[in-house]
Design a protein around this ligand. Structure first.
Ligand code: PEP
Length: 248
């Protein structure tokens, strides 16, 4: 039986004060520890959030990590820096990074490896655009995104990783994949991992992301291969985020 996981991606939102009060409200609202739960605040707030999470069930992650170990990479944050501040997870390959900041399948694979090298659990985001779905290229796109990581880091690296299937057309648009549409791709991803290693495929958490809200979470999370969610907009409101977590 896989444990479920719900992760909030706060993106570039809020202030120090609002980030702290959001984290406090989530910590005090967690009623059960049946599933894992984490938030990914902006980098500059991570240490303050860590103080609030101490001793609670809530973990934190970063929204990105550098594809290099250290050196002259202005503006980047390395995996060892994140390790220094007890970061548990690092999102890599979010579609906003891929489309606005030029992240490629290869650089995402490097970020994934850097996170793992410091014992940080990468949350690898994969997913197709609307155009790619309409051209029936969803599986092809997801394959290329997964293959780049498998080729660089090896299948064994997925032992300590999380995958998030996030159809780009569903992110921040209010359009969610139907339970069946999401399940179809989750099952495909698990099969692709199983072809290389059945036991990792059985264990790996595959999250769904794309306009998950309290009213659609239950149906999505009930699907056989959906092990929780990566939540954007709805994670900025403690009550919504907790309702989503509690629907596991
Ligand atoms: C995301 O950005 O990872 C995401 C899923 O956003 P939203 O829930 O707002 O669609």
């Amino acid at each position: 039986m896989r444990r479920s996981l719900v992760v909030g991606n706060w993106k570039m939102n809020g202030t120090l004060a609002s980030a702290k009060s959001l984290a406090e409200a989530i910590v005090s609202g967690i009623e059960n520890t049946n599933a894992d739960i984490a938030v990914c605040p902006p980098f500059v707030y991570l240490r303050d959030i860590d103080q609030i999470l101490q001793g609670s069930h809530l973990k934190f992650g970063s929204q990105n990590v550098a594809d290099q170990e250290s050196g002259a990479y202005t503006g980047e944050i390395s995996a060892s820096m994140l390790k220094d501040i007890n970061c548990t997870y690092a999102i890599v390959g979010h579609s906003e990074r891929r489309s606005y900041y030029g992240d490629t399948n290869e650089s995402v694979a490097e970020r994934f490896s850097q996170a793992l090298s410091q014992g940080i659990i990468p949350i690898l985001c994969v997913g197709e655009t609307l155009e790619q779905r309409e051209q029936e290229k969803t599986f092809q796109v997801v394959d290329a995104q997964l293959d780049a990581v498998i080729n660089l880091a090896g299948i064994a690296s997925f032992e300590k990783a999380v995958i998030a299937y996030e159809p780009v057309w569903a992110i921040g648009t209010g359009k969610t994949a139907s339970d069946e549409q999401a399940q179809e791709v989750h099952q495909y991803i698990r099969q692709q991992i199983a072809k290389r290693d059945q036991s990792i495929a059985d264990k790996i958490q595959i999250l769904y992301g794309g306009s998950v809200k309290p009213d659609n979470a239950k149906g999505l999370f009930a699907m056989a291969d959906i092990d929780g969610g990566l939540i954007g907009g709805a994670s900025l409101d403690a009550e919504s985020f907790l309702k989503i977590y509690n629907s596991i």
